[in-house]
Ligand binder design. Sequence first.
Ligand SMILES: C[S@@+](CC[C@H](N)C(=O)[O-])C[C@H]1O[C@@H](n2cnc3c(N)ncnc32)[C@H](O)[C@@H]1O
Length: 367
Amino acid sequence: MKHKTLTPGFDMLDRIHLGDCMEALRMMPDASVDLVVSSPPYNIGKEYETKRELEHYLGEQRQVLKECYRVLKPTGSIFWQVGSFADKGTLVPLDVKFFPIFEDLGMLPRNRIVWVRQHGLHATKKFSARHETILWFTKGDQYVFDLDAIRVPQKWQNKKAHRGENKGELTCNPDGKNPGDVWVFQNVKHNHEEQTIHPAQFPEGLIARILLATVPVGGVAFDPYMGTGTVAVVAKDHGRHYCGAELEPRYHSVALRRLSGSPDENGVFPNLKTLRAYVERTGLPIERFRFDVQIGKVASDGTKAKIYPEEYHAEQLVERLQYEADAFEAKIGGREVPVAKDLNGKATKPLREVQPPKPLPLFDDPS
Ligand SMILES: C[S@@+](CC[C@H](N)C(=O)[O-])C[C@H]1O[C@@H](n2cnc3c(N)ncnc32)[C@H](O)[C@@H]1O
């Protein structure tokens, strides 16, 4: 296959190709991007029997990833975000299937990030799925990872040593800590100011963490399945270049509108975040504008937005999971089940009386 030669401003730079990602990839020179990050589609069609269907899908993904590998710089990274493939009650975590594909390309695994999803379908015959994963592979051993750019506050930020030769000195890095490999960025659903018409958008914060750690200023991030352009928007906001592809014209046009930051001819924005930023920039009255997925009459301004950092959600989640484990252990131990500190995040008292638990028999009573 003939590829264009490397130029600093190759044709795809700061462009989202409307069409198949393989077409976009063919326009890209070897070793031209610092980061490939994506959540590939896995709406597997019906034309094959299920197992073959999955194999066929993985075969196509192998081709796309081979091309992604080609366009990646030697210091570059691929972050591939996937969930599970569910069929007739069974569940296949897709990262398990992708791992050997990356290994076959000769790439080196760095992390398997667990992205916790606090909401979702309630399963009845297995545990409800509450996480997806992001596989991180690098092309080589010399790779970009700027930890300082993505540190998060320490829990005990100002704690000082009480004794020993470091007495009086801070016990942890005052610039913050490594965020770890369990992430709790909120799903972009209704009530989220980034929500566009796309059903499976990346949160901008999640992409910012990946991009700031792995793409130097002026570098390039590529998303072969760009959707409504989250990777492009975040790259642009942080002084990086982007490129990508999107097959669906509706999503492609939303991506371009997000990037432009201006209203369309009817005064409509692709999401609330873009609208708020425009109003703040121009000083124009917010009532003059709407956004695609708006439900209420008037968009609320940014000062009314409840936006919490990812660490807040992480702490809430850990607290909740700890509570659920404690409550379960109390129940099976015949003790009083503790009341959640903050039911539904709002209530100050339990929604209904907690019944004293009946002690559970440890063994079936044959009588
Ligand atoms: C999971 S979504 C990505 C959403 C994106 N991360 C965002 O934040 O908006 C996958 C996208 O891939 C697009 N797509 C599917 N097949 C494609 C292909 N062969 N080439 C390019 N885009 C494709 C779909 O239309 C869909 O918007």
